[in-house]
Ligand binder design. Sequence first.
Ligand SMILES: Nc1nc2c(ncn2[C@@H]2O[C@H](COP(=O)(O)OP(=O)(O)OP(=O)(O)O)[C@@H](O)[C@H]2O)c(=O)[nH]1
Ligand SMILES: [Mg+2]
Length: 461
Amino acid sequence: MSLKLSGWDDTIVALATPPGVGALGIIRLSGEKAVDIIDQLFQKKELKKENTHTLHVGILQISGEILDEVVVSLFKSPRSYTGEDVVEISCHGSPFIHQKIIDACIQKGARLAKPGEFTQRAFLNGKLDLTQAEAVADLIASNTAASHKTALNNVRGGFSRTLHDLRERFIKFSALIELELDFSEEDVEFAERSELMNLINETKAVTNDLLNSFQLGNVIKNGVSVAIIGKPNAGKSTLLNTLINEDRAIVSEIPGTTRDTIEEVINIDGILFRLIDTAGLRSKSTDTIENVGIEKSLQKMKQADVVIYLFDVTEMQEEELRAIATELKEQNINYLLVANKTDVAGDVQAREKFEVIEGIIFISARNNQHLEVLKERMVDVVLHDKLQLENEVVTNARHFHALSQVSKSLSDIAQGLENKTSGDLLALDIRRCLQYLGEITGEVTNEDLLDYIFSKFCIGK
Ligand SMILES: Nc1nc2c(ncn2[C@@H]2O[C@H](COP(=O)(O)OP(=O)(O)OP(=O)(O)O)[C@@H](O)[C@H]2O)c(=O)[nH]1
Ligand SMILES: [Mg+2]
């Protein structure tokens, strides 16, 4: 990788564990002088004479002042996370000690690392490609089984390996077509057009699958927002409380109890759902505050990924429900119709009352009845049965954008082949495709983009 950043030759230092008091803290150094710096602070041993991947117990001191008794892990270049010499100091977990040790390292020639700089160096030294490096940040941020799984898959190569291989094959074609251009007078074809077409189709299939996975990827990474909507007193706040198993929202028999929206998060089957309890919808209220609440509810409904339309089964009529469903459908809202208070109406009677309308979920929010059915349907709505978490999933908007461009350039190449366009135009389209494929894996990149990506990491990673 030819890209050199300013400050690239420096040795960097940072706390790798969370700031604050803990049993242990880990301070990490990376760079040419990492071993030398620690040798100046470490008593008794000379690390530069020690083997890589070894542990050393000892005292750290500076100018005669003892800093801490520590364990030092040694990773010599190139067999380290960054590819440079890396030293990790496990010390006691006091912020005071951490600061002392970091100051001592700086005094001996290190500088404080920028956010993500360790991972950035790993990328620049070819230890990780860009999607893997980005997945490291996702892995650290992952808070559900699903987000953990997709991030881990991407850290370990995921789809970027597939894209890398396809790109290599395009490079071969690109070279062959450029060669044709050199022999343009002789009208020869080095690049087999049918093979190129096969490669285009193969790449298209991969790209399309990845593009389709983005919606799911987004859900896995950011969670699904679910607005609970319905008339006053339908039991919306009760439903929220039962789902999160906590008395979070005020429940009362007075219609119009909830005024402001309340948000709570639950994890169902590894997917994060952001539940939003809203003010009950009624056509007109004399209370201005309630009206503001209703306005907010409508807004939340439009912004939500999924809407739970909750109604009191004893009060709702079939015709009205049908009209509501039609309205939601027309507004392109992803909704679930949920009938509440089946304990009052009777489960069987409630189902009979609405048997002509499909897909209603019958529950009693207060008695926690059939909520597991509702949860299952919430997951179904998100997954749409079309994707499994085992598949490779795009979670990153940058990748999504570049993949869309790959897809477009593939169509251009295909069209060029069909129209028997000249080699130089074909070469141009292929180069564009190579550019976007390379942007995803980081084989084509620029300093600004890298700085932007890594600036979102935490310090010490
Ligand atoms: N019998 C029965 N009563 C319920 C059920 N769910 C809620 N309720 C009652 O219905 C009343 C209204 O419940 P809430 O949860 O406050 O209703 P809401 O939809 O949030 O009402 P607003 O905030 O006013 O829009 C309360 O008295 C609840 O105890 C249920 O499943 N069965
Ligand atoms: Mg309420």
